[in-house]
Design a protein around this ligand. Structure first.
Ligand SMILES: Cc1cc2nc3c(=O)[nH]c(=O)nc-3n(C[C@H](O)[C@H](O)[C@H](O)COP(=O)(O)OP(=O)(O)OC[C@H]3O[C@@H](n4cnc5c(N)ncnc54)[C@H](O)[C@@H]3O)c2cc1C
Length: 410
């Protein structure tokens, strides 16, 4: 069968949420996924010992209002509510408490200025909010590379300010990626089946794939903004405004490296180390996530891009050098690379999560707008307040599905 009510393009958090919602309206739905797995940028990989390794999203941000928590409890997944250790330094190594207080005060002043900038008439790049000469500018900027995937000079202050977060962060014990993939149960999904051309010029949307053509009354496109801006899938008739909006909200880059840690019991579970305090290009290291014998390294922005270019071994050698400088040279032989992501080189993502370029915060609405009640758009970048997250992707998928249901009178 190649005729459907709705075709959903992409089986990530947005596409799966949309398809689940459409299924409640008794519409015939087919999900097309380019990869041979579900979940997109939500990807839990199991290392040979069976430990879940989160290569994409790991934290249920705004967990107290995050719909994935409801899906988790419905599907019988366990949630861990341990608070994230991100802003702490294990044993205060190289970061005395007085400096930590000083840094937190500088960071709070930065966010106060962000509040003022968000309401200002004219948008500005985020680096204008840094205090000239402040010793913590490097670390504040490094934090931007973790949160946004880019340095502050490439970031719209207004867009950053619009992001809403309740400050509650939980984890899925079995993996966020495992949960999102499990939510696909019962849906009709074609894996290894990229949409190549989306033709919305006629009464029905026609979609060309390597396995033949499909048609539907409506389609929801959930591919990442960098994939859309690169013209894959190709949309005909062309939608230049849509492609320009996708390019105005590109993906930043954040990558993870997992190291196995011998003698892990020496370190407390869920502790943290900043690799360095005085520069933008530094890793952030989560020691023993969920008490496991692992270190999760996080790298963003230009540093992640450079390390990807050098290859997977570069992540490990950078991280081990930083950890040895903090913990002593003996730690080297206790750290063993397990896995690293390379989201920038992944052709089906082309990056990690979206940010708006300075002056482009409103492009998210253009991106999310439906075309002729036939072509609909979802994905984390379509959310104006929850972008860059898996729950933002979920909400955008539900919103697009509701629009489709209304348009089809279903
Ligand atoms: C390293 C990293 C850490 C992160 N940490 C967190 C976190 O802690 N918490 C959080 O909430 N979020 C986090 N995120 C972000 C979160 O993972 C994403 O925002 C979310 O998963 C995006 O979902 P999506 O459905 O919008 O896009 P995607 O997951 O990218 O889904 C789009 C799908 O479309 C498919 N596709 C592409 N082209 C085609 C085509 N032509 N035809 C068919 N299918 C196609 C892709 O393969 C993909 O499966 C992180 C992301 C990364 C990379």
């Amino acid at each position: 069968m190649s005729e459907f009510d709705v075709i959903v393009i992409g089986a990530g958090a947005a596409g799966l949420a949309a398809a689940r919602q459409l299924a409640t309206a008794r519409l015939s739905i087919r999900v097309l996924e380019a990869r041979s797995r579900l979940g997109g940028r939500a990807w839990t990989w199991r290392e040979p010992g069976g430990l879940p390794i989160e290569l994409g999203c790991g934290w249920l941000h705004s967990a107290d209002v995050n719909e994935w928590c409801i899906v988790a409890s419905t599907l019988g997944f366990a949630l861990d509510r341990t608070r994230p250790p991100w802003r702490t330094q294990f044993n205060d190594i190289g970061f005395p408490p007085s400096d930590q207080d000083d840094y937190r005060a500088a960071s709070a002043r930065f966010y106060d200025r962000l509040d003022a900038a968000g309401e200002a008439e004219i948008d500005m790049p985020g680096d204008r909010l840094l205090e000239p000469g402040c010793r913590w500018n490097g670390l504040i900027n490094a934090t931007s590379t973790y949160i946004n995937g880019v340095e502050l000079d490439q970031l719209s202050a207004r867009d950053f300010w619009r992001y809403r977060d309740t400050g509650v962060n939980w984890r899925v014990v079995e993996g966020y990626g495992t949960l999102i993939a499990a939510s696909a149960a019962g849906l009709d999904i074609a894996l290894d089946c990229p949409a190549q051309v989306i033709d919305h010029g006629g009464r029905r949307v026609r979609i060309a794939t390597p396995r033949g053509e499909l048609s539907a009354r409506a389609a929801i496109v959930t591919v990442s903004t960098d994939v859309l801006a690169a013209g894959a899938p190709r949309i005909v008739p062309e939608l230049p405004d849509k492609i320009a909006a996708a390019a105005a909200v590109p993906l930043g880059l954040a990558d993870k490296l997992y190291l196995r840690l011998d003698g892990a019991e020496e370190f407390p579970g869920d502790s943290h180390l900043y690799g360095a305090l005085d520069r933008v290009g530094t890793g952030s290291y989560h020691l023993r996530p969920l008490g496991r014998p692992l270190v999760e390294g996080y790298f963003g922005g230009a540093l992640a891009r450079d390390l990807e270019q050098e290859g997977e071994a570069a992540f490990a050698s950078f991280a081990i050098d930083q950890l040895a400088a903090l913990l002593g040279g003996d730690i080297r032989k206790r750290l063993h690379p397990v896995a690293a992501s390379a989201w920038g080189r992944d052709p089906h993502a082309r990056g990690s999560y979206s940010h708006a370029r300075p002056g482009e915060a409103d492009a998210r609405q253009v991106l999310a707008a439906a075309v002729d009640e036939r072509l609909f758009f979802a994905g984390e970048a379509c959310s104006c307040e929850d972008f860059s997250t898996a729950h933002g992707a979920y909400r955008s998928g539900i919103a697009a599905a509701e629009q489709v249901i209304a348009a089809l009178g279903a």
